[in-house]
Design a protein around this ligand. Structure first.
Ligand code: BTN
Length: 244
């Protein structure tokens, strides 16, 4: 698939822009919208995404899919694409289920997946925020342990080169995903999974569960070992370390 790129100086959120303008994008291409800064960057669970100017990557990939099959895994595919780029760069990323990328237990990237579904026709808005050249002073503005590629490696990163690597990796992962679903990605996710075997709390949108982070299912859901020994599977939510 070819890529159609839109570069913005300043926008509230690249995901919001992508949703508002989707009808104008070429139907057969992967549209990639990136912004130098976001004034209303959005994270999961309606949290803000800290988006200062000129330092990081704020990108939304917008495209159509003809099936809702495995849709819940697409954000995980995006985060694994980024993890593979970091692995190629010699770094050691972990994935905190479902789709945060961590370096040394601190978040360097997050993914926000939004969809619009009409019958079998799915419009996808996969937004990824990557802390690239943000310095440590900015981390105080973030409500969880955060890091950047600069803070981890001690040098500035070329954001365009990084985006090129990510786009190429994602295009190839997307093709594989369309053909074979989550299965080819399972092993890598399992290998990189953060908090495996650790006591965690997981909010599934309604209830907070406490247990040991065990594994993921073949379609990317979280298996939590409850204190009574049974396994509980969670389709969507957020994991935090520690028990209730
Ligand atoms: C999260 O971890 O909570 C998800 C963060 C996603 C942030 C990205 S930045 C580009 C795109 N535009 C947004 O407003 N959000 C996503």
């Amino acid at each position: 698939m070819e890529v159609f790129e839109i570069r913005l100086e300043s926008i509230d959120s690249t995901n919001t822009y992508a949703k508002q303008h989707f009808a104008e994008f070429p139907k057969d291409k992967l549209t990639c919208i990136l912004a130098e800064e976001q004034t209303g960057g959005r994270g999961r669970f309606d949290r803000p995404w800290h988006s200062p100017r000129g330092q990081n990557l704020y990108v939304t990939f917008a495209f159509k899919l003809s099936s809702t099959r495995h849709l819940g895994c697409l954000a995980q595919i995006m985060s694994l694409s980024f993890a593979q780029v970091l692995l190629k760069e010699g770094l050691k990323p972990n994935v905190k289920w479902p789709n945060d990328i961590l370096l040394h237990d601190k978040k360097v990237s997050g993914v926000l997946c939004e969809t619009e579904i009409e019958q079998q026709d799915v419009s996808l808005f996969l937004g990824i925020g990557i802390n690239v050249n943000m310095d440590a002073e900015q981390f105080g503005a973030i409500d969880q342990p955060a890091t950047s590629l600069l803070a981890e490696t001690g040098h500035d990163w070329d954001r365009d080169a990084l985006l090129k690597q990510l786009t190429e990796q994602f295009l190839s992962d997307l093709e594989l995903f369309k053909k074979s679903g989550f299965e080819p990605f399972y092993e890598l996710f399992d290998k990189l999974m953060a908090l495996k075997g650790k006591k965690v709390r997981c909010f599934d949108g309604q209830k907070e569960w406490s247990g040991v982070c065990d594994s993921i299912t073949q379609d990317g859901q979280l298996n939590l070992r409850l204190p009574d020994g049974t396994m509980h599977t969670i389709a969507a939510g957020e994991v935090k370390s520690g028990s209730l």
